[in-house]
Design a protein. Structure first.
Length: 466
């Protein structure tokens, strides 16, 4: 076993310490901010055939989890508890995934599997490297438990806010990366891109359009975080369209997302624009300020249409971008390769009698084939029912019990859309934080404090954090 530091160790730890001071000792918000540094590792741990580049967020997250589990569990008067059935569904999925990682590689030895580290059609055998993803899954589930049962509402709200702030920061770095590529000014690749467990796809051009990855392993990973943060900020904008800070965040994240030139990111952006457009045709119940939102949404749309109609260069560039990212995507070599990964994962699931080859063995291009190839139908059903319980209140907006609930539901919608299209893994802290917050509002658990007007620390900010 060997442990080594990277060039990003000191800068990232100094940033985490500064944020910890700003957060007044709360570590969960710091971990969520640091989650945007996916391409950097502060510690590399290797033993046997397993190599783990520990990202900055996991250093902070491990400290936060140890500190929180060491504390006395708060009483029900200090936090609110999620529905037990919801947590049991998620726990069942995690237990099944952990069991499959050890049992199925031995049970289905020799079945052909595909993994980017191994290649296409490699005979299955148990090896230590398969536990890499299991480590992240167990750590993420620990985050869910801490956030769902040990974290007060004010800290959860701050954690979501700081994740959004981290994405804005990453978007600004992406913009600087774009300027560095165009002007030749230095970009700190040695600090931001040091993780040994991922292939780095730094900024480049695709069909003449600059594609930036900022602090992420690749542009698609950047688009994932940016679309989730954009969904949360968009809901807040629709609730209070006169907030200048929210408007600046929308613009910053939007610019960063456009620079990723990610098909999945653009598909998710279209979905979010559809949500915003629904304000004009189906006014929502509650305190959402639809009048201001309509005005602020109409102005940029009007300017965009006028620019496209009046400036031929912009019109030609827009059409070319649409063909590059969306219209001609199915004819590209990248799309065919992604389809091959998905088909191989489904073949693996069928060859293991739809039980899966074990968590962490297969990795397809999107999440559904990946989870079927790894944990088969039993694990997929557990996770599917859990997700349905989380999103069920979205079917009736009147069931949204607090302003933050709507932001979390829209953020989760962006998460699931990314997973279905091209995101193959659950190893991102924001996913589990949103799981935990949404589970608190899941069906079957009435929230007495919302009906009775009970006050908790930070409750006013929770109600206002639309």
């Amino acid at each position: 076993m060997h442990i080594s530091l990277t060039l990003s160790t000191l800068p990232m730890l100094l940033l985490a310490f500064y944020l910890w001071c700003r957060a007044k000792g709360q570590l969960l918000p710091v971990a969520m901010f640091m989650s945007v540094f996916q391409a950097a590792s502060v510690v590399d741990v290797g033993f046997g055939g397993l190599l783990i580049g520990v990202q900055p967020t996991y250093v902070v997250l491990l400290i936060a989890l140890v500190a929180r589990f060491a504390e006395r569990r708060p009483g029900k008067t200090e936090s609110w508890i999620p529905a037990t059935a919801t947590t049991l569904l998620l726990a069942g999925f995690v237990v099944y995934a952990a069991m499959s990682a050890f049992v199925y590689p031995l049970l289905f030895k020799g079945v052909l599997v595909s993994n980017p580290k191994l290649g296409f059609g490699v005979p299955l055998k148990w090896e230590l490297g398969h536990l890499n993803q299991l480590f992240y899954l167990l750590l993420s589930f620990a985050l869910y438990l801490v956030a769902a049962y040990w974290t007060p509402p004010a800290e959860l709200t701050k954690s979501i806010n700081w994740f959004v702030g981290g994405v804005v920061f990453a978007s600004l770095i992406g913009l600087y990366q774009f300027l560095a590529k165009k002007t030749g000014v230095p970009f700190p690749t040695e600090i931001l891109h040091t993780s040994p467990t991922y292939s780095m796809f730094e900024g480049y051009e695709i069909d003449g359009f600059p594609r930036m990855n900022a602090t992420f392993t690749e542009a698609a990973a950047a688009a994932f975080s940016m679309t989730v943060a954009l969904a949360i900020v968009l809901w807040r904008f629709l609730a209070r369209a006169d907030s200048f800070r929210t408007i600046l965040r929308l613009c910053g994240i939007g610019i960063g997302l456009l620079l990723t030139i990610s098909t999945t990111g653009y598909v998710c952006l279209i979905f979010l624009l559809f949500v915003a457009a629904s304000r004009y045709f189906a006014p929502w119940k509650g305190s959402l300020d639809s009048r201001n939102a309509r005005v602020f949404l109409a102005v940029p749309v009007f300017l965009f249409v006028v620019a496209l109609l009046g400036v031929p260069v912009l019109r030609d560039s827009f059409v070319r971008l649409a063909h590059t990212v969306l219209l001609d995507k199915t004819s590209t070599a990248s799309y065919r390769e992604r389809q091959a990964w998905n088909q191989d994962a489904l073949k693996t699931a069928a060859n293991t009698y739809w039980l899966g080859a074990g968590w962490g063995v297969c990795r397809a291009s999107s999440f559904v084939p990946t989870v079927l190839g790894n944990v088969g139908i039993p694990g997929s059903l557990l996770l599917f029912v859990f997700c349905v319980r989380l999103l069920w209140p979205a079917a009736r907006l009147s069931k949204v019990k607090a302003p933050i609930h709507g932001a979390v539901l829209l953020g989760l919608s962006a998460v699931f859309l990314n997973l279905m299209v091209s995101a193959p893994e659950l190893a991102h802290p924001i996913i589990w934080l949103l799981f935990a917050v949404a589970a608190k509002f899941a069906p079957g658990r009435p929230l007495a404090f919302l009906r009775s007007g009970m006050t908790y620390p930070g409750m006013q900010r929770l109600r206002a954090a639309a």
